[in-house]
Design a protein around this ligand. Structure first.
Ligand code: NAD
Length: 494
């Protein structure tokens, strides 16, 4: 069986802890690989290597750092298919979806190619007589990324591209469920000319994560995953004096007003709810349907569901693959099974007549879901869409704003005024107007509000640059041979 080990100091390093995890093929349910789990000593080794690599990388000039990112851009572009194929094998998402993941990750490497411009500071000449003031952005040191199973290539790219370009060195702890993409990426970074030790990968579980959280030489932690773990990462990391950005789970609502183009809305919600088997933090999981159009809209969604081809990524034409594990599949199934007992209506039950092998579910549609029902309250993270009927804009908005999560949301309407008001009122970090999955492009930043983000800084884009740098302000005066004075007052310019 394949064995996946760590990447430290520019090479594969076999794990010595004696502990490992199983990597499944979710389409067959078979074990396809084992992944070494790092011990505390192995994490310490990776951090020590990254720390040793920091002074030279930090001193590497901006053109050279940009050059590495440009080369990495070319390498990822040339290897899209290889990376996407690894994703389909371990995550289970279909190839088209996996290629989309690589493309959205690549955007972040492209953004980081502009690092000389992004690190420009400010300059104020003559802030006081003969005194100039300027600000500079400097890297933090060794930073760590801890990433989830659902985007094994894109989420690491959200982090390391800017972190490295800013001059930091990096330790990645990818999801143990689909760890191969991170190893491939590490190889590509080496080929791109990144010095050994600058980017390292340690695989593992809580032992590795906890060591990163407490390690005195880790300056900052970027995390993406579920809300309980995000909260834990934020609290533990900050308690240990680290800068932390921890992105959590989601329950993304799409509000459909009576004047919306219902076919457009139905197409959008079916794609956004069931794409990648609903295992996207920006998936739409709740439709808030205005009563006037709710029956129509539910009918249109129901009509579209049988057309979704569910099956392994290895077979052409499939649009939705399996879930990540049998355990997760069973949990998702449980929400559908319990929905009727909670008072909701199961319009399409995707939990029966399933392929005999693999962790598959088909799309489910649940109508008349309400707060207080588990199918409405919890993040399900599977191919289950619930519909809640609302009286209109105010009613829908109130539900969104009352939700514990605030990652993404969307409004479907032809009324520009309503859309503008929605963007003003809604307490959510990423908003789509007739766009169901509003993942910001790489030159904006990604992040939710409320229980979807712990920390102050969103990920990638300009906020990513801020997260991975510390600013310094220099106030300078050069001796003017014509003047010499002593002044015991506090420095001021008036
Ligand atoms: P997860 O929280 O289980 O795992 C994320 C990472 O944390 C993994 O590397 C894992 O090994 C580690 N981890 C898990 N349990 C831990 C523990 N007890 N202590 C320390 N570390 C631990 O998340 P997941 O199941 O891999 O991913 C799905 C979740 O991620 C969903 O909730 C989804 O909404 C969320 N997500 C959020 C975003 C976002 O941008 N907000 C993006 C993608 C995924």
């Amino acid at each position: 069986m394949n064995r996946i080990s760590h990447w430290i100091d520019g090479k594969v390093v076999l794990g010595e802890s004696g502990r490992s995890g199983v990597v499944f093929d979710p389409a067959t349910g078979q074990h396809q690989a084992s992944v070494d789990f790092a011990s505390i000593a192995e994490v310490d080794h990776a951090v020590a290597v990254a720390k040793a690599a920091f002074p030279a990388w930090r001193a590497t000039n901006l053109s050279r750092r940009a050059e590495v990112m440009f080369r990495m851009r070319e390498l990822v572009d040339a290897n899209r298919k290889e990376i996407a194929t690894l994703l389909t094998k371990e995550h289970g998402k279909v190839l088209g979806d996996a290629l989309g993941e690589v493309a959205r990750g690549l955007e972040n490497i492209e953004f980081a190619c502009g690092i000389p411009n992004l690190l420009k500071g400010g300059y104020s000449e003559q802030a006081s007589s003969g005194v100039d003031v300027y600000s500079i952005k400097q890297p933090l040191g060794v930073v760590a990324g801890i990433t989830p199973f659902n985007f094994p290539a894109m989420v690491p790219m959200w982090m390391f591209a800017n972190a490295l370009a800013c001059g930091n060195t990096f330790v990645l702890k990818p999801s143990e469920k689909d760890p191969s993409a991170s190893m491939f990426i590490a190889e590509l970074l080496k080929q791109a000319g990144l010095p050994d030790g600058t980017f390292n990968v340690v695989h593992g579980d809580k032992t590795a994560v906890d060591r990163l959280l407490e390690h005195p030489d880790i300056q900052a932690i970027s995390f993406v995953g579920s809300t309980p773990i995000a909260k834990y990462i934020y609290e533990t990391g900050t308690k240990n004096g680290k800068r932390v950005q921890a992105l959590g789970g989601a329950k993304n609502h799409m509000l459909v007003l009576p004047d919306a183009d219902l076919d457009m809305a139905a197409d959008a919600v079916v794609s956004a709810a069931y794409g990648s088997a609903g295992e996207r933090c920006m998936a739409i999981s709740v439709v808030l349907a205005s009563e006037a159009i709710a029956d129509d809209l539910v009918g249109k969604i129901k009509d579209r569901i049988p057309g979704i081809k569910v099956g392994p990524a290895s077979e052409d034409g499939n649009e939705m693959g399996p879930l990540i594990t049998a355990e997760h599949r069973d949990k998702v199934k449980g929400y559908v099974e319990a929905a009727a007992g909670e008072g909701a209506t199961v319009v399409v039950d995707g939990t029966t007549d399933l392929p005999s092998e693999g962790f598959f579910l088909k799309p489910s549609l649940i109508d008349h879901a309400k707060p207080g029902m588990k199918c409405y309250d919890d993040e399900i993270f599977g191919p289950v869409l619930t519909v809640t009927r609302v009286h209109g804009y105010d009613d829908g908005l109130a539900l969104i704003n009352a939700n514990q999560f605030g990652n993404g949301t969307a409004i479907f309407t032809r009324d520009g005024g309503a859309a503008r008001q929605f963007e003003f009122d809604v307490q959510v970090g990423m908003v789509g107007i007739n766009v169901p999955i509003p993942v910001p492009v790489s030159y904006y930043s990604f992040g939710g509000w409320k229980a979807s983000l712990f920390g102050d800084t969103h990920m990638y884009g300009p906020e990513g640059i801020n997260f991975y740098t510390r600013s310094k302000v220099v106030t300078s005066r050069w001796p003017d041979p014509r003047t010499s004075t002593i002044d015991l007052g506090f420095p001021q310019n008036r």
